[in-house]
Design a protein around this ligand. Structure first.
Ligand code: MN
Length: 219
């Protein structure tokens, strides 16, 4: 039998958005770029991918379990705003970019930091650090028309009730329209593409038994 198609529920409906690809933006908050020892300047955005079946759906208000992954001793959380693409396009200009957005979700870019660090040092791909089973926990997608995502929108991650990451959408180095412009110049975007917009500072390790609560105001 074939593997199931990953799909994310859409808030307020019985519908699911089948996942096509998962793109992630690297170092898109200056304070996070600094904590990773990178350049906080506005260099062109860069991207990496996770497999679509890395999605782990967490229904709104429910807590789901993620298995601690193999081969790591340093599993990190990265909370991110996730942009769900609803309309195909390539070479999408900033001014038209939001026409291609279906909605937004709250996601986590779970990272095997020790393996990613080793890959960076050796100049190898990040796949092993970023693209593994359940590495993309995600809440339901809220259609864009029902979202209040603006510059002041807060993005917050709590671990066991304590705030670990807190920032705003305004602090993204590359904003959502700019990300879509850059991404669609390199890959044609398709319905069901998910774009993880980047994480703010405060990334850290989690251990088995920790509870993560992720929230983006208005999403
Ligand atoms: Mn990330």
């Amino acid at each position: 039998p074939a593997a199931p198609i990953a799909a994310v529920p859409v808030t307020g409906t019985d519908a699911h958005l089948p996942v096509h690809r998962i793109y992630c933006v690297g170092r898109n908050y200056a304070a996070h770029a600094r904590e990773m020892g990178g350049n906080p300047e506005r260099e062109p955005p860069f991207f990496f991918c996770k497999p679509a079946d890395a999605v782990l759906v967490a229904p709104a208000g429910e807590t789901v379990s993620m298995a601690y992954p193999s081969a790591t001793r340093d599993l990190h959380h990265e909370i991110e705003l996730v942009v769900a693409i609803g309309r195909a396009g390539r070479d999408i200009a900033v001014e038209r970019s939001l026409d291609h957005v279906f909605g937004y979700a709250v996601g986590l870019d779970m990272t095997r930091r020790d393996l990613q660090g080793e890959a960076k040092k050796l100049g190898r791909p990040w796949c092993i650090g970023k693209g593994f089973e359940e590495s993309a926990p995600i809440g339901p997608i809220r259609p864009a028309a029902q979202c209040g995502v603006g510059p002041d929108t807060e993005i917050v991650l709590e671990v066991n009730g304590a705030t670990r990451q807190k920032s705003t959408i305004a602090k993204l180095i590359w904003n959502i329209p700019e990300i879509i412009e850059h991404l669609s110049a390199a890959w044609p975007l398709a319905p069901g593409d998910l774009i993880c917009a980047g994480t703010p500072e405060g990334v850290a390790a989690v251990v088995a038994g920790d509870t993560l609560a992720a929230r983006v105001a208005g999403v």
